[in-house]
Design a protein around this ligand. Structure first.
Ligand code: IVH
Length: 702
């Protein structure tokens, strides 16, 4: 029979029983560690092992003074897993668009009504505090928590199930009834002010590291490979949304919040249902007034359309929903001194002046740099080295210099002279950029392109970044070091490095490196040898080709050879290839120009070929093919009665159709409403399928 102490809940243990239990756990876990690490022959499953460590941490949390010197919780290095495994979210985790003023809030309301074609009745919204933590997705099957993940890049997150299970406010089993058999519950992991202060105080007393703010602390605490560390941090969770769902469980956001509460989640006490623009305004004012008294950080208010059927109709644009917006609190400000002004060169050669500041705390974070945007901005604000300035910081954006404090300027101060040449060795003259229409802009650019070492390194940083090739372990520091030493000059070199045993061997014996980091680096590079076409395209760092455009292009061209063949022609300004590129949704003149310039360069084509030789580029995810309109080209003309044009277009595209604005022989379906004119005539002449809005709705479903 097991000792009864080993099955008792920690809070029911007597002092003596707790001490005995901690001794038993220390011995048992040490024995498992030995079998796992030295003999490589574990005798328990990872889950059972984790359960032992969690129990140890839970008892220590209650009986801190009983913690043993040989406690497993002190052996931080003894991680069981190298990193977290990826988890594909059932439904992507998106982000929110920002609003900063009453006017922005009114514009949000106006957009909602325009899209839904509503009359003047005020729209019902839910206003929720925007919790400043990190979002997590919890998958429940038949009411049981089976998986928990971080947001990651929105599509794929990290599996932190074990860690999330240590958060007291996350139910392992849903309470009550009425929950769908499958649901991804989403919300925010955060740390309260008091807990944050206690954590940093303990760190200063010698246990672990300090964090700059509660959000970083929450994120650092959750993403611990050793979940017992997470267990010892008092993380909390607010539920406010959901992803994948087997069956609907509410008709409105407010009902949904009530359901989440009934199932055992914490939902923010400050959420309220409000009506119209006036409601949005007053909810914001209430939240702003409550902010200083709250025991946790909030950085704004999230407005959500209450009716879920309207949320569905409103849908999404790019990465954010049309049915919600985040109204941010104004930036926090502080005064400090500009100690120097440096010049930075970006990936595309754009020059950004940066103020080096005497360190100052703004909204809980120590700020040492602030962007000065461009030469005109420095001149307009007359910012000089030695000036006392007001700096501000809002959310994650780079701190900015708002203004110079008058009267605090040193007597010997001189106006800042903007350099005429790039700070790189080549000292290339800086050109003021002009638009395609020939208008001068504020941007100064180094025209050195790949000859300019600053731009080359920025290209490489972009290439390895999270949304591009996402090569872990090749951070800015290592990349810069490898670049300076000539080990990596272009993207293909990264993959060559992973195969080059001699160079890897030389890294192994380096200071600060070693066997493990070299092995990890090699593994993380090798893991990216197979890459999706969209990431491949995004990673090239072509100007104006962001992630969304990269996905569009990947889907449009389908596979890497088709893409490169088409781009080759675009580089040679082949009219048909340019027309094809220009016709993609969201691709405009700027993208076409940038792609043409990029692929006209022999140098770029060579770099690309070398890269491609190292990789297996996977074909793009095909658009939907199993709907009645998949692959069809549709034109909407005339007035639509039950949906707006944007809504109709968004829905058709979701179903795999291509929406065009002009009727041609390539058109498959013309949806014509009252008032349709010439397009309808052309359609009749071409003998195309013409249908009414109702017939279209019957075809594609509600
Ligand atoms: S709703 C589809 N509600 O803000 C949008 N988000 O920029 C689902 N956040 O990643 C998000 N409090 O981490 C929502 N009450 C709230 C929130 C909230 C904080 C965070 C969340 C999200 C980010 C959006």
């Amino acid at each position: 029979m097991p000792d009864p102490a080993t099955t008792l809940a920690p809070k029911l243990l007597s002092q003596a029983a707790a001490a005995g239990e901690l001794a038993r756990l220390a011995a048992e876990i040490a024995a498992h560690d030995l079998r796992y690490y030295q003999d490589e022959a574990p005798t328990v499953s990872d889950a059972d092992y984790d359960a032992l460590k969690l129990r140890n941490a839970a008892i220590e949390a209650l009986f801190a003074h009983l913690r043993r010197d040989d406690s497993p919780s002190l052996r931080v290095g003894a991680a069981r897993a190298a990193s977290f495994s990826p988890v594909r979210h059932g439904v992507p985790m998106l982000s929110l668009d920002n609003a900063f003023s009453d006017d922005d809030a009114a514009e949000f309301d106006a957009r909602v009504r325009r899209f839904l074609r509503l009359d003047d009745t005020p729209v019902a919204y839910v206003a929720e505090p925007k919790i400043d933590g990190l979002s997590a997705s919890l998958r429940y099957e038949n009411g049981l928590l089976v998986q928990g993940a971080t947001r990651g890049d929105g599509r794929v997150g990290e599996d932190v199930t074990v860690n999330l299970k240590t958060v007291g406010e996350i139910p392992h089993r849903l309470a009550g009834s009425g929950w769908p058999n499958l649901i991804e519950v989403r919300g925010e992991i955060y740390l309260g002010h008091a807990e944050f202060a206690a954590l940093n105080a303990a760190a200063l007393a010698g246990e672990g590291r300090t964090y700059a703010n509660p959000r970083n602390a929450a994120s650092g605490s959750l993403r611990q490979i050793d979940a017992t560390i997470t267990a010892a941090r008092p993380l909390r969770f607010f539920a406010y949304a959901w992803g994948l769902l087997e069956a609907p469980f509410a008709k409105t956001q407010s009902e949904a919040l009530a359901a989440l509460r009934a199932w055992g989640f914490q939902v923010t006490p400050l959420s309220s249902r409000v009506a119209g623009v006036e409601g949005l305004r007053s909810a914001y004012a209430t939240m702003e007034a409550a902010r200083p008294t709250l025991p946790f950080d909030i950085d704004g208010v999230v407005y959500k359309v209450d009716r879920l059927d309207w949320q569905d109709r409103l849908g999404f644009v790019s990465r954010s929903p049309r049915w919600a917006v985040a109204r941010k609190f104004p930036a926090e400000k502080a005064r400090t001194v500009v100690e120097a002004i440096d010049i930075q060169v970006g990936r595309t050669g754009a020059i950004t002046p940066v103020a080096r500041l005497r360190p100052v705390t703004v909204g809980g974070v120590v700020v040492v740099n602030a962007t000065l945007h461009n030469a005109d901005e420095i001149a307009r604000k007359d910012i000089r080295v030695g000036d006392t300035v007001v700096v501000q910081r809002a959310g994650d954006v780079i701190p900015q210099v708002v203004e110079v404090v008058p009267g605090a300027r040193p007597t010997d101060s001189v106006a800042f002279l903007f350099p005429e040449v790039c700070p790189c060795d080549l000292a290339t003259p800086l050109a003021r950029e002009t638009t395609t229409a020939g208008i001068e802009t504020v941007v100064r650019r180094c025209t050195g392109e790949f000859a300019c070492p600053f731009q080359r390194i920025e290209h490489l940083k972009h290439f390895v970044s999270r949304r591009a090739f996402d090569i872990e372990g090749l951070g800015e520091k290592q990349l810069t070091a490898f670049f300076d030493e000539g080990l990596i000059a272009e993207p293909a070199d990264i993959f060559k490095l992973a195969r080059d045993e001699r160079t890897l061997e030389s890294l192994r014996v380096r200071d600060g490196y070693g066997e493990t980091s070299v092995r990890n680096l090699k593994a993380s590079i090798e893991a990216r040898r197979r890459i999706g076409l969209d990431r491949f395209i995004y990673g090239l760092g072509i100007r104006h080709v962001g992630e969304t455009t990269a996905i569009t292009l990947a889907r449009g061209y389908g596979d890497v050879d088709t893409f490169l063949a088409a781009m080759d022609k675009v580089g040679k300004r082949d009219p048909a290839a340019i027309e094809e590129l220009d016709a993609f949704d969201q691709v405009g003149g700027a993208v076409v120009e940038a792609a043409a310039a990029y692929f006209a360069e022999d140098h770029n084509r060579r770099i690309l070929q070398a890269l491609k030789d190292e990789l297996t580029v996977m074909d793009a995810e095909r658009p939907k093919t199993d709907t009645p309109v998949a692959g069809k080209t549709v034109v909407f003309t005339g007035a639509l009665e039950h949906m707006t044009r944007d809504e109709a277009k968004a829905r058709a595209e979701r179903l795999g159709a291509k929406v065009s604005s002009s009727v041609s022989a390539k058109t498959d379906i013309v949806v014509a409403g009252p008032g349709a004119g010439s397009k309808l005539k052309v359609a009749a002449e071409l003998g195309l399928t013409v249908m009414t809005e109702d017939e279209w709705s019957a075809l594609v479903g509600p």
